[in-house]
Design a protein around this ligand. Sequence first.
Ligand code: EPU
Length: 337
Amino acid sequence: MEIKQNYSLEKHNTFRLPVKARWFLEYDTEEDIVTALRDEYFMECYKIHIGAGSNLLFLNDFNGIILHSRIKDITVISENEESVCLKVGSGVIWDELVQYAVSHGWGGIENLSHIPGEVGAAAIQNIGAYGVEVKDVIDSVEGYHIPTLEKQVFSKAECQYAYRSSIFKTEYADQYIIAYVNIRLSKKPLFSLSYGNLKDELAKYPEISLQTIRDAIIAIRSKKLPDPEQIGNAGSFFMNPVVTEEEFQELKNKFPDIPSYPASDNKVKVPAAWLIEQCGFKGQAYGQAGVYDKQALVLVNLGNADGNEIALLADIIIQTVEVRFGIRLRPEVKYIC
Ligand code: EPU
Protein backbone atom coordinates (compact mmCIF):
# COMPACT_ATOMS: atom_id res chain seq x y z
CA MET A 1 0.00 0.00 0.00
CA GLU A 2 1.25 3.48 -0.76
CA ILE A 3 -0.06 6.85 0.46
CA LYS A 4 0.98 10.17 -1.10
CA GLN A 5 0.16 13.72 -0.03
CA ASN A 6 -0.68 16.72 -2.28
CA TYR A 7 -0.45 14.40 -5.21
CA SER A 8 -0.94 15.56 -8.81
CA LEU A 9 -3.81 13.79 -10.56
CA GLU A 10 -2.71 14.83 -14.05
CA LYS A 11 -1.85 11.23 -14.97
CA HIS A 12 -4.95 9.90 -13.19
CA ASN A 13 -7.60 11.73 -15.23
CA THR A 14 -7.79 11.46 -19.00
CA PHE A 15 -8.90 15.11 -19.35
CA ARG A 16 -5.32 15.67 -18.09
CA LEU A 17 -6.45 18.37 -15.66
CA PRO A 18 -3.55 19.32 -13.35
CA VAL A 19 -5.60 19.08 -10.14
CA LYS A 20 -4.20 17.73 -6.87
CA ALA A 21 -5.47 15.30 -4.25
CA ARG A 22 -4.80 15.94 -0.56
CA TRP A 23 -4.19 12.20 -0.13
CA PHE A 24 -3.77 9.46 -2.74
CA LEU A 25 -3.90 5.89 -1.47
CA GLU A 26 -3.08 2.90 -3.65
CA TYR A 27 -3.79 -0.59 -2.32
CA ASP A 28 -2.31 -3.84 -3.64
CA THR A 29 -4.28 -6.53 -1.79
CA GLU A 30 -7.60 -7.16 -0.08
CA GLU A 31 -5.77 -6.97 3.28
CA ASP A 32 -4.68 -3.42 2.37
CA ILE A 33 -8.33 -2.46 1.85
CA VAL A 34 -9.25 -3.72 5.32
CA THR A 35 -6.21 -2.00 6.91
CA ALA A 36 -7.13 1.32 5.27
CA LEU A 37 -10.79 1.00 6.27
CA ARG A 38 -9.83 0.36 9.92
CA ASP A 39 -8.05 3.71 10.15
CA GLU A 40 -10.14 6.29 12.01
CA TYR A 41 -8.81 9.36 10.14
CA PHE A 42 -9.39 7.58 6.86
CA MET A 43 -12.96 6.63 7.78
CA GLU A 44 -13.87 10.23 8.59
CA CYS A 45 -12.17 11.82 5.61
CA TYR A 46 -14.07 12.67 2.42
CA LYS A 47 -13.09 9.92 -0.02
CA ILE A 48 -13.70 8.71 -3.52
CA HIS A 49 -12.41 5.78 -5.50
CA ILE A 50 -11.06 6.15 -9.01
CA GLY A 51 -10.03 3.75 -11.78
CA ALA A 52 -7.97 5.16 -14.62
CA GLY A 53 -9.88 8.46 -14.35
CA SER A 54 -11.24 8.00 -17.87
CA ASN A 55 -14.77 9.05 -16.97
CA LEU A 56 -14.18 11.83 -14.45
CA LEU A 57 -14.23 15.63 -14.54
CA PHE A 58 -12.43 17.24 -11.60
CA LEU A 59 -13.83 20.73 -10.94
CA ASN A 60 -11.24 21.61 -8.24
CA ASP A 61 -8.36 20.19 -6.24
CA PHE A 62 -9.69 17.27 -4.20
CA ASN A 63 -9.56 17.92 -0.46
CA GLY A 64 -9.84 14.32 0.73
CA ILE A 65 -8.56 10.81 0.03
CA ILE A 66 -8.55 9.29 -3.41
CA LEU A 67 -8.36 5.51 -3.49
CA HIS A 68 -6.94 3.53 -6.36
CA SER A 69 -6.66 -0.22 -6.83
CA ARG A 70 -3.42 -1.93 -7.82
CA ILE A 71 -4.91 -5.42 -7.45
CA LYS A 72 -3.75 -6.78 -10.77
CA ASP A 73 -3.92 -10.58 -10.69
CA ILE A 74 -5.95 -12.62 -13.17
CA THR A 75 -6.78 -16.25 -12.16
CA VAL A 76 -8.73 -18.98 -13.90
CA ILE A 77 -11.18 -20.17 -11.22
CA SER A 78 -13.10 -22.74 -13.25
CA GLU A 79 -13.37 -23.98 -16.80
CA ASN A 80 -15.10 -26.57 -18.92
CA GLU A 81 -15.37 -27.27 -22.65
CA GLU A 82 -17.68 -24.30 -23.21
CA SER A 83 -16.39 -21.54 -21.01
CA VAL A 84 -13.82 -20.22 -18.59
CA CYS A 85 -14.41 -18.18 -15.46
CA LEU A 86 -11.74 -15.60 -14.58
CA LYS A 87 -11.22 -13.77 -11.31
CA VAL A 88 -9.81 -10.39 -12.29
CA GLY A 89 -8.28 -7.76 -9.99
CA SER A 90 -10.08 -4.41 -10.01
CA GLY A 91 -6.83 -2.61 -10.94
CA VAL A 92 -6.21 -4.55 -14.14
CA ILE A 93 -6.24 -2.23 -17.18
CA TRP A 94 -9.43 -3.10 -19.05
CA ASP A 95 -7.86 -3.33 -22.49
CA GLU A 96 -5.06 -5.57 -21.20
CA LEU A 97 -7.77 -7.97 -20.04
CA VAL A 98 -9.36 -7.87 -23.51
CA GLN A 99 -5.98 -8.57 -25.11
CA TYR A 100 -5.38 -11.46 -22.66
CA ALA A 101 -8.81 -12.97 -23.42
CA VAL A 102 -8.42 -12.65 -27.19
CA SER A 103 -4.92 -14.17 -27.13
CA HIS A 104 -6.32 -17.22 -25.29
CA GLY A 105 -9.19 -17.58 -27.77
CA TRP A 106 -11.81 -16.66 -25.16
CA GLY A 107 -14.70 -14.60 -26.51
CA GLY A 108 -17.18 -12.13 -25.04
CA ILE A 109 -15.30 -8.88 -24.56
CA GLU A 110 -13.53 -8.41 -27.92
CA ASN A 111 -16.14 -5.75 -28.90
CA LEU A 112 -15.08 -3.80 -25.83
CA SER A 113 -11.51 -3.44 -27.13
CA HIS A 114 -9.64 -0.20 -26.58
CA ILE A 115 -12.05 1.23 -23.98
CA PRO A 116 -9.91 3.14 -21.51
CA GLY A 117 -10.18 2.41 -17.80
CA GLU A 118 -9.72 -0.37 -15.27
CA VAL A 119 -11.71 -3.50 -14.49
CA GLY A 120 -13.32 -2.30 -11.21
CA ALA A 121 -14.71 0.87 -12.82
CA ALA A 122 -15.78 -1.10 -15.92
CA ALA A 123 -17.97 -3.30 -13.70
CA ILE A 124 -19.39 -0.34 -11.77
CA GLN A 125 -20.44 1.66 -14.83
CA ASN A 126 -21.28 -1.23 -17.15
CA ILE A 127 -19.09 -0.07 -20.03
CA GLY A 128 -20.44 -0.81 -23.48
CA ALA A 129 -19.63 -0.55 -27.18
CA TYR A 130 -20.56 -2.19 -30.49
CA GLY A 131 -23.62 -3.99 -29.15
CA VAL A 132 -21.93 -5.52 -26.08
CA GLU A 133 -21.95 -4.45 -22.44
CA VAL A 134 -19.64 -5.79 -19.75
CA LYS A 135 -22.67 -7.08 -17.80
CA ASP A 136 -23.05 -9.71 -20.55
CA VAL A 137 -19.96 -11.52 -19.20
CA ILE A 138 -20.07 -10.67 -15.49
CA ASP A 139 -20.69 -13.57 -13.14
CA SER A 140 -20.21 -11.74 -9.84
CA VAL A 141 -18.47 -8.78 -8.22
CA GLU A 142 -16.51 -8.93 -4.95
CA GLY A 143 -16.37 -5.80 -2.82
CA TYR A 144 -15.79 -4.44 0.68
CA HIS A 145 -18.53 -2.48 2.41
CA ILE A 146 -16.84 0.73 3.58
CA PRO A 147 -18.91 1.33 6.76
CA THR A 148 -18.69 -2.26 8.10
CA LEU A 149 -15.49 -3.64 6.47
CA GLU A 150 -17.43 -6.72 5.44
CA LYS A 151 -16.69 -8.52 2.22
CA GLN A 152 -19.68 -9.19 -0.01
CA VAL A 153 -20.06 -11.09 -3.27
CA PHE A 154 -22.75 -9.67 -5.57
CA SER A 155 -24.31 -11.92 -8.20
CA LYS A 156 -24.92 -10.34 -11.61
CA ALA A 157 -28.63 -9.91 -10.73
CA GLU A 158 -27.73 -8.17 -7.47
CA CYS A 159 -25.57 -5.70 -9.39
CA GLN A 160 -28.80 -4.37 -11.05
CA TYR A 161 -27.13 -3.59 -14.32
CA ALA A 162 -28.64 -1.04 -16.71
CA TYR A 163 -27.31 1.27 -19.46
CA ARG A 164 -23.99 2.62 -18.04
CA SER A 165 -25.26 1.91 -14.53
CA SER A 166 -25.33 -0.60 -11.67
CA ILE A 167 -26.25 -0.69 -8.00
CA PHE A 168 -22.75 0.72 -7.30
CA LYS A 169 -23.80 3.94 -9.05
CA THR A 170 -27.27 4.12 -7.50
CA GLU A 171 -28.36 2.61 -4.15
CA TYR A 172 -24.82 1.65 -3.07
CA ALA A 173 -22.96 4.60 -4.62
CA ASP A 174 -19.59 5.14 -2.87
CA GLN A 175 -20.37 2.41 -0.34
CA TYR A 176 -18.19 -0.41 -1.69
CA ILE A 177 -14.60 -0.88 -2.74
CA ILE A 178 -14.46 -3.42 -5.55
CA ALA A 179 -11.58 -5.91 -5.18
CA TYR A 180 -12.34 -8.50 -7.87
CA VAL A 181 -14.66 -9.00 -10.82
CA ASN A 182 -15.49 -12.56 -11.90
CA ILE A 183 -16.21 -12.90 -15.59
CA ARG A 184 -17.26 -15.83 -17.76
CA LEU A 185 -15.88 -16.01 -21.30
CA SER A 186 -16.78 -18.41 -24.05
CA LYS A 187 -14.45 -20.96 -25.64
CA LYS A 188 -16.91 -21.21 -28.56
CA PRO A 189 -17.66 -17.55 -29.08
CA LEU A 190 -20.59 -16.23 -31.07
CA PHE A 191 -19.49 -13.02 -32.71
CA SER A 192 -21.60 -9.88 -32.28
CA LEU A 193 -21.18 -7.94 -35.51
CA SER A 194 -24.46 -6.15 -36.12
CA TYR A 195 -23.66 -2.76 -34.58
CA GLY A 196 -22.88 0.26 -36.77
CA ASN A 197 -20.05 -0.03 -39.26
CA LEU A 198 -18.28 -3.01 -37.68
CA LYS A 199 -19.08 -5.39 -40.58
CA ASP A 200 -17.82 -2.87 -43.15
CA GLU A 201 -14.53 -2.48 -41.31
CA LEU A 202 -14.19 -6.28 -40.94
CA ALA A 203 -14.57 -6.74 -44.69
CA LYS A 204 -11.02 -5.34 -44.95
CA TYR A 205 -9.65 -8.36 -43.02
CA PRO A 206 -9.04 -11.86 -44.47
CA GLU A 207 -11.20 -13.65 -41.85
CA ILE A 208 -13.46 -13.00 -38.89
CA SER A 209 -11.84 -14.01 -35.62
CA LEU A 210 -11.58 -12.63 -32.10
CA GLN A 211 -8.31 -10.99 -33.08
CA THR A 212 -9.62 -9.37 -36.29
CA ILE A 213 -12.74 -8.12 -34.47
CA ARG A 214 -10.43 -6.58 -31.90
CA ASP A 215 -8.24 -5.07 -34.63
CA ALA A 216 -11.26 -3.69 -36.52
CA ILE A 217 -12.72 -2.08 -33.40
CA ILE A 218 -9.38 -0.53 -32.49
CA ALA A 219 -9.18 0.85 -36.05
CA ILE A 220 -12.71 2.34 -35.87
CA ARG A 221 -12.23 3.80 -32.40
CA SER A 222 -8.84 5.29 -33.22
CA LYS A 223 -10.39 7.14 -36.16
CA LYS A 224 -13.23 8.62 -34.09
CA LEU A 225 -11.94 9.01 -30.55
CA PRO A 226 -8.96 11.15 -29.61
CA ASP A 227 -6.03 9.55 -27.79
CA PRO A 228 -5.91 11.10 -24.27
CA GLU A 229 -2.10 11.08 -24.55
CA GLN A 230 -2.51 13.73 -27.23
CA ILE A 231 -5.82 15.48 -26.46
CA GLY A 232 -7.37 15.27 -22.99
CA ASN A 233 -10.87 13.75 -23.12
CA ALA A 234 -13.14 11.26 -21.36
CA GLY A 235 -14.69 9.39 -24.31
CA SER A 236 -18.44 9.93 -24.70
CA PHE A 237 -19.25 12.87 -22.44
CA PHE A 238 -23.05 12.35 -22.52
CA MET A 239 -25.26 9.27 -22.41
CA ASN A 240 -27.38 8.55 -25.45
CA PRO A 241 -30.92 9.60 -24.43
CA VAL A 242 -33.69 7.01 -24.42
CA VAL A 243 -37.22 8.16 -25.35
CA THR A 244 -40.61 6.45 -25.70
CA GLU A 245 -41.85 5.32 -29.13
CA GLU A 246 -44.45 8.15 -29.11
CA GLU A 247 -41.84 10.78 -28.25
CA PHE A 248 -39.64 9.44 -31.01
CA GLN A 249 -42.45 9.62 -33.59
CA GLU A 250 -42.99 13.28 -32.69
CA LEU A 251 -39.27 13.96 -33.11
CA LYS A 252 -39.21 12.07 -36.41
CA ASN A 253 -42.11 14.20 -37.73
CA LYS A 254 -40.13 17.36 -37.00
CA PHE A 255 -36.66 16.00 -37.85
CA PRO A 256 -37.08 13.26 -40.50
CA ASP A 257 -33.33 12.46 -40.58
CA ILE A 258 -33.00 11.71 -36.87
CA PRO A 259 -31.14 8.40 -36.40
CA SER A 260 -32.18 5.85 -33.75
CA TYR A 261 -31.42 2.46 -32.22
CA PRO A 262 -33.82 0.10 -30.48
CA ALA A 263 -33.52 0.19 -26.66
CA SER A 264 -35.04 -2.12 -24.04
CA ASP A 265 -38.75 -1.92 -23.04
CA ASN A 266 -39.80 -0.86 -26.55
CA LYS A 267 -38.01 2.43 -26.14
CA VAL A 268 -35.77 4.22 -28.65
CA LYS A 269 -32.18 5.36 -28.19
CA VAL A 270 -31.23 8.58 -30.00
CA PRO A 271 -27.52 9.30 -30.62
CA ALA A 272 -26.57 12.31 -28.52
CA ALA A 273 -23.73 12.96 -31.00
CA TRP A 274 -26.28 13.67 -33.75
CA LEU A 275 -28.29 16.07 -31.56
CA ILE A 276 -25.09 17.94 -30.65
CA GLU A 277 -23.84 18.07 -34.23
CA GLN A 278 -27.20 19.40 -35.45
CA CYS A 279 -26.85 22.28 -32.98
CA GLY A 280 -23.59 23.24 -34.67
CA PHE A 281 -21.18 22.38 -31.85
CA LYS A 282 -18.99 19.82 -33.63
CA GLY A 283 -15.40 21.09 -33.90
CA GLN A 284 -16.19 24.29 -31.97
CA ALA A 285 -13.94 25.69 -29.22
CA TYR A 286 -15.07 27.63 -26.15
CA GLY A 287 -11.95 28.94 -24.45
CA GLN A 288 -9.76 25.92 -23.78
CA ALA A 289 -12.68 23.45 -23.94
CA GLY A 290 -13.84 22.04 -27.25
CA VAL A 291 -16.14 19.60 -29.05
CA TYR A 292 -14.06 17.03 -30.93
CA ASP A 293 -14.25 17.50 -34.71
CA LYS A 294 -14.57 13.76 -35.53
CA GLN A 295 -17.15 12.79 -32.86
CA ALA A 296 -19.50 15.38 -31.39
CA LEU A 297 -20.10 13.34 -28.22
CA VAL A 298 -16.53 13.88 -27.06
CA LEU A 299 -15.51 17.04 -25.21
CA VAL A 300 -11.81 17.81 -25.25
CA ASN A 301 -9.26 19.79 -23.28
CA LEU A 302 -7.52 21.90 -25.90
CA GLY A 303 -4.50 22.39 -23.66
CA ASN A 304 -5.06 24.37 -20.51
CA ALA A 305 -8.75 23.97 -19.76
CA ASP A 306 -9.87 23.75 -16.18
CA GLY A 307 -12.71 21.49 -15.15
CA ASN A 308 -15.21 24.34 -14.82
CA GLU A 309 -14.57 25.46 -18.39
CA ILE A 310 -15.43 21.97 -19.65
CA ALA A 311 -18.50 21.83 -17.36
CA LEU A 312 -19.63 25.22 -18.71
CA LEU A 313 -19.39 23.98 -22.29
CA ALA A 314 -21.36 20.86 -21.29
CA ASP A 315 -24.09 23.10 -19.78
CA ILE A 316 -24.30 25.22 -22.93
CA ILE A 317 -24.70 22.02 -25.00
CA ILE A 318 -27.36 20.62 -22.64
CA GLN A 319 -29.40 23.83 -22.80
CA THR A 320 -29.10 24.26 -26.56
CA VAL A 321 -30.08 20.64 -27.29
CA GLU A 322 -33.03 20.92 -24.89
CA VAL A 323 -34.36 24.10 -26.53
CA ARG A 324 -34.07 22.61 -30.03
CA PHE A 325 -35.15 18.98 -29.46
CA GLY A 326 -36.88 18.96 -26.05
CA ILE A 327 -34.40 16.31 -24.86
CA ARG A 328 -32.26 16.87 -21.78
CA LEU A 329 -28.83 15.24 -22.18
CA ARG A 330 -27.27 13.68 -19.10
CA PRO A 331 -23.50 13.51 -18.64
CA GLU A 332 -21.99 10.03 -18.58
CA VAL A 333 -18.86 11.58 -17.10
CA LYS A 334 -18.92 11.95 -13.30
CA TYR A 335 -18.23 15.45 -11.92
CA ILE A 336 -15.97 15.55 -8.84
CA CYS A 337 -15.86 18.66 -6.62
N1 EPU B 1 -23.17 10.82 -35.03
C1 EPU B 1 -23.31 12.13 -35.45
N2 EPU B 1 -22.25 12.98 -35.30
C2 EPU B 1 -21.07 12.57 -34.78
C3 EPU B 1 -20.91 11.22 -34.36
C4 EPU B 1 -21.98 10.37 -34.48
O1 EPU B 1 -24.35 12.54 -35.95
O2 EPU B 1 -20.16 13.42 -34.64
C5 EPU B 1 -24.33 9.91 -35.13
C6 EPU B 1 -24.29 9.02 -36.31
O3 EPU B 1 -25.61 8.93 -36.82
C7 EPU B 1 -23.90 7.66 -35.75
C8 EPU B 1 -24.50 7.72 -34.37
O4 EPU B 1 -24.38 9.10 -33.98
O5 EPU B 1 -24.43 6.63 -36.50
C9 EPU B 1 -23.81 6.86 -33.34
O6 EPU B 1 -22.43 7.19 -33.28
P1 EPU B 1 -21.33 6.12 -32.83
O7 EPU B 1 -21.57 4.82 -33.48
O8 EPU B 1 -20.02 6.80 -32.96
O9 EPU B 1 -21.64 5.83 -31.32
P2 EPU B 1 -22.14 6.74 -30.12
O10 EPU B 1 -23.59 6.51 -29.93
O11 EPU B 1 -21.70 8.15 -30.30
C10 EPU B 1 -21.74 4.86 -28.35
C11 EPU B 1 -21.07 4.77 -27.00
C12 EPU B 1 -19.57 4.67 -27.17
C13 EPU B 1 -19.28 3.44 -28.01
C14 EPU B 1 -20.00 3.56 -29.37
C15 EPU B 1 -19.87 2.32 -30.22
C16 EPU B 1 -22.59 5.96 -25.50
C17 EPU B 1 -22.82 7.19 -24.70
N3 EPU B 1 -21.45 5.94 -26.21
O12 EPU B 1 -21.31 6.10 -28.92
O13 EPU B 1 -18.96 4.52 -25.90
O14 EPU B 1 -17.91 3.27 -28.20
O15 EPU B 1 -21.41 3.76 -29.14
O16 EPU B 1 -20.62 1.29 -29.66
O17 EPU B 1 -23.41 5.06 -25.48
C18 EPU B 1 -17.98 5.78 -24.13
O18 EPU B 1 -18.93 5.42 -23.45
O19 EPU B 1 -17.05 6.53 -23.67
C19 EPU B 1 -17.93 5.36 -25.50
C20 EPU B 1 -16.98 5.77 -26.32
